[in-house]
Design a protein around this ligand. Structure first.
Ligand code: COA
Length: 370
């Protein structure tokens, strides 16, 4: 593996009513080129991560929309894997670099979700679940099932779910790009409005607009961040077809592949950005990625083992929960954010974990200092 992150950019996440989808794309392209300090003509191909521009914004064909921001119109394609679109685009770009066809490529993730109502957004997001077997379900409802199962089987408590949220809002407080800069107490989370039992409003990632971009290159670079390994796991689309609702097998498979490729283990990793679309999802991720034994992550997070000074820092950006979750941008943001921390010397080795649907698709990338 000789792939460097030579540029990274994250736009402000939030309800960006003053910016169109195209404005976000322009911002992402300009921002990442400026950060990489390269000429736009050096971009040889573009991978665009986007879940549902056709539904949120009546705009498909996003590869062309990003390519036309360049005077030489690089070859471009859109990659979709629900909320894992960003992670998928990152590994598709790496595979193109490893093939030797390209040496420098742009990965841009973008989603503009807030131009439609919450009900419409929920219905659009639900298209990532099984239409035939989960018709009518929303994602809070599906993750609510996973939370109930975990609570019944492992004794995970309401307060432990809330501790994930309290931590991630605390981490986001120092992240200028985060959607929320608001700290909450355990009681405020546990008593927020019910959404899908046992999940409450503050257990949920928000509805967000945002863009993130990275430039990956196999050329020599002064930049310090390399991708050390990646993994991609799949599982059934519908929860009803799973053997065990206490684990996300796709995450386990993706982690195993990434750790093998990087020749590393969990003890080598200092920080992880995990796919906490709901509080329970962070607990599942911390276990399925192998950082905590099954049934023990919730207590560990509540005991401050997932923040600075603990075993591993989980979601230093604030995660999807507090940084925001513009779905196609999220997986790219995770890589851009961790690369910026490695460049700044805050961590040496970090891991990103991006999930599509209720665990059908999972992507893991491990980044490290060259
Ligand atoms: N976390 C923290 N605060 C939130 C929030 C969240 N997830 N969602 C909304 N808020 C805040 C808003 O900022 C607003 O605060 P204000 O009154 O101070 O301005 C308040 O809560 C009400 O917001 P509103 O926009 O009316 O919320 P909503 O009812 O439209 O949406 C949810 C709330 C939970 C239903 C929505 O965020 C949601 O569906 N989240 C899940 C998204 C999802 O499924 N993603 C895919 C995951 S796989």
């Amino acid at each position: 593996m000789n792939i460097k992150v030579i540029g990274n950019y994250i736009g402000k996440f939030g309800e960006l009513w003053e910016q169109s989808l195209t404005d976000l794309i322009k911002e992402g392209v300009a921002g990442v080129l400026a950060d990489a300090a390269i000429e736009s003509g050096e971009i040889e191909a573009i991978f665009v991560a986007n879940k549902a521009g056709g539904s949120f914004n009546q705009q498909r064909h996003l590869g062309a929309l990003v390519s036309e921001q360049f005077s030489h119109f690089p070859p471009a394609m859109r990659i979709e894997g629900a909320c894992a679109s960003g992670g998928l685009a990152i590994i598709a770009a790496q595979q193109a670099l490893l093939s030797g066809v390209y040496k420098t490529v742009l990965v841009l993730g973008v989603e503009k979700m807030t131009d439609v109502s919450t009900g419409e957004t929920s219905a659009i997001l639900a298209t990532a679940a099984s239409r035939e077997k989960e018709y009518g379900s929303t994602f809070p409802a599906l993750y609510g099932l996973l939370a109930n199962y975990h609570m019944n089987r492992y004794g995970t408590t309401r307060e432990q779910l809330s501790s994930v949220v309290v931590k991630n809002h605390l981490h986001a407080f120092d992240n200028s790009k985060a959607q929320f800069h608001k700290k909450f107490t355990l009681e405020e989370v546990s008593n927020s409005a019910p959404v899908a039992s046992p999940l409450r409003l503050l257990d949920c990632s928000p509805i967000s607009d945002g863009v993130a971009a990275v430039i990956l290159s196999s050329r020599d670079s002064v930049r310090k961040t390399k991708i050390l390994g990646f993994g991609h796991g799949q599982d059934t689309l519908a929860l009803a077809d799973r053997q065990d609702l206490g684990q996300l097998v796709a995450t386990q498979k993706a982690a195993k592949q990434a750790f093998n490729m990087a020749s590393l283990s969990q003890k080598d990793i200092q920080a992880i950005e995990v796919h906490d679309c709901f509080s329970i999802a962070e607990i599942l991720a911390a276990e399925d990625l192998g950082f905590f034994a099954k049934g023990q992550a919730a207590a560990a997070i509540a005991n401050r083992q997932a923040t600075y000074g603990g075993q591993v820092v989980i979601n230093p950006s604030g995660g999807l929960k507090a940084c925001g979750h513009p779905v196609g941008a999220t997986g790219v943001k995770q890589i851009a954010f961790l690369a910026s921390l490695i460049e700044a010397g805050k961590f040496d080795i970090a891991l990103a974990h991006n999930v599509g649907g209720s665990g059908a698709t999972a992507i893991v990338n491990i980044l490290g200092k060259k």
